[in-house]
Write a protein that binds this ligand. Sequence first.
Ligand code: PBG
Length: 332
Amino acid sequence: MYPIKRNRRLRTNEAIRSLVRETIISPNDFLVPLFIVEGKGIKEEIASMPNYYRYSLDLLQAEVKELWKLGLKSVLLFVKVPDHLKDNKGTEAINPDGLMQRAIKTVKNVCPDMLVMTDVALDPYSVYGHDGIIENGIVVNDDTVDVLAEMSISHAEAGANFVAPSDMMDGRILAIREALEDQGFTDTGIMSYSAKYASAFYGPFRDALDSAPVDAQDIPKDKKTYQMDYANRFEALRETEMDIDEGADIVMVKPGLCYLDIVREIKNEVDVPVAVYQVSGEYAMLKAAAEKGWLDHDAVMMEQVTAIKRAGADVIASYFAKDVVKIINNIS
Ligand code: PBG
């Protein structure tokens, strides 16, 4: 007459729910993206990313200490490069005294055990806002890869633990790995943005770094010749397997929420840690809806990061990291 198996028994109260819960979020899951600018005393809010800031190096120090205290032990650095230092070849990217190189040293100085990962791509340094060098209206692959390898060495020399190539050029993981080995940086890791889709969710990030592709003749309007078509699935596996073969220590899927099918599929196939980037547009969407009173910010945020981990993320790069950890640690 009645069901013998009643699944609701395991949902009766919080004690039993927490006893059988499969996915637990902790500070160890997170990689915290940080935006850095030149100057002094600067902590400026990014217009399309409420409550997220760009820091000058002096104020970065306090932020890093706070992250460490909260149990957040890994950061991913991005720099906003002044316009006058941008060119087509990303020359400033390999300046040993550039903003990124100084930022790495700043973090290591205040917090030597903080894991420092650095963004490796030309877009913040490019006058055209592209992740590679442009020739005759095309983002050229191999010359760009040479710069990315040099950039990686420069970051390693400054003290980065991991470089994180986010550019989607072909063959860059192998080139970077070989360059690092050649120079003796055998312990410097590579977190590859392996399955990075050409996504409209990156808008706020490009505001943060002023790095959007410029609207000019002979300059590609978007990044679709190197970032992946969001309609594709097999390509993500192929990209990821190739990056692992080329020497990636951690692979990444980006963006997050719309791509959790890809995350699960990759997680089932590979045996290296999988990172997921919950990107700027995902952050902005929730902030905007919460501001309007349409969504419960904290509840939706916890649901989202838990879903990302449940899908198979070993590492979550997220602008929500601090907010999440404060909730876990019960700090307001
Ligand atoms: C650029 C880069 C982007 C992001 C990380 N690295 C933007 C892009 O590819 O245009 C996006 C991150 C975000 O939206 O939060 N190499």
